[in-house]
Design a protein around this ligand. Structure first.
Ligand SMILES: CN1CCN(C(=O)c2nonc2N)CC1
Length: 246
């Protein structure tokens, strides 16, 4: 997968993706990341990329032409067509399902705004999708782009070892992840649940599913409404809830 990032801070994105799973995905040729700085396409002595907003008000707005030129340069760098995704609080929420959808694409171009945002005419002309990583305001789109890069990199075939499999991550199958334990068995903070020491894989899988469903019910009941639960899931959830009925 190829990801091109339009950003005033290409090094920031490169550094975010240089470690861990994203770094390994790059080394394995599973993901290529390319930064394009609109300032390189800005004209005039000061190479301006922003200007004051019409209508007044605080802050600055990013100019159309440097961004447009950077997007065109990114498009031209590879024959594979790419959708342009603008990271913004006004976008659709980034979900694991969306991450999987993006991870299946050959290419995406991520557009990072700074200041108060981007001239709306550029968005209308060049942006195919708008994505938000959450209902809060960042100082720029770069952190959001780095989140998208991480979320799709780990979903590339071969990016995760079996031990790191994404299959049991939170939100896979629409529910939260179960609790995890490791050595020591006994600790002043508590003991590892016996079922995890039993070696009975069916019991362990059942316990993990019950804990995932129970946690989702307690912390994110909205996800349960969307999850396709089986009859067995409903039985497990009833058992989990029964703990609290006593
Ligand atoms: C102009 N700039 C404002 C700040 N920003 C975000 O807060 C954001 N991006 O994606 N999810 C978010 N939340 C990016 C765009």
């Amino acid at each position: 997968m190829r990801i091109d990032v339009i950003t005033l801070f290409p090094d920031f994105i490169a550094q975010c993706a240089a470690f861990g799973v994203t770094g390994r995905a790059g080394e394995r040729g599973l993901l290529s990341l390319h930064g394009w700085n609109p300032r390189d396409y800005a004209e005039g002595n000061y190479r301006r990329v922003d200007e004051r907003p019409f209508g007044g008000g605080p802050g600055m707005v990013m100019l159309i032409d440097p961004l447009r030129a950077a997007i065109e340069a990114a498009r031209a760098a590879d024959p594979v067509p790419a959708k342009v995704i603008y990271l913004t609080p006004q976008g659709a929420p980034l979900t694991q399902a969306k991450a999987r959808e993006l991870a299946a694409r050959e290419r995406v171009i991520l557009l990072c705004g700074r200041y108060e945002g981007i001239d709306e005419r550029l968005i209308e002309a060049e942006v195919d999708e708008e994505l938000s990583i959450g209902d809060y305001v960042l100082s720029g789109g770069e952190l959001a782009a780095a989140v998208v890069v991480d979320a799709v990199a780990r979903l590339q075939e071969g990016a995760l070892s079996d031990a790191e499999s994404a299959e049991q991550d939170s939100f896979e199958g629409g529910v939260l992840d179960c609790p995890h334990y490791t050595r020591p068995v006994e600790h002043e903070l508590g003991r590892v649940p016996d079922v995890l020491l039993s070696g009975n894989h069916a019991d362990i899988a059942r316990w993990r599913r019950k804990e995932s469903l129970g946690r989702t019910w307690q912390r994110r009941p909205d996800l349960l409404d969307e999850a396709a639960l089986t009859q067995a899931d409903h039985k497990l959830l009833d058992e989990y809830r029964a703990r609290f009925a006593e």
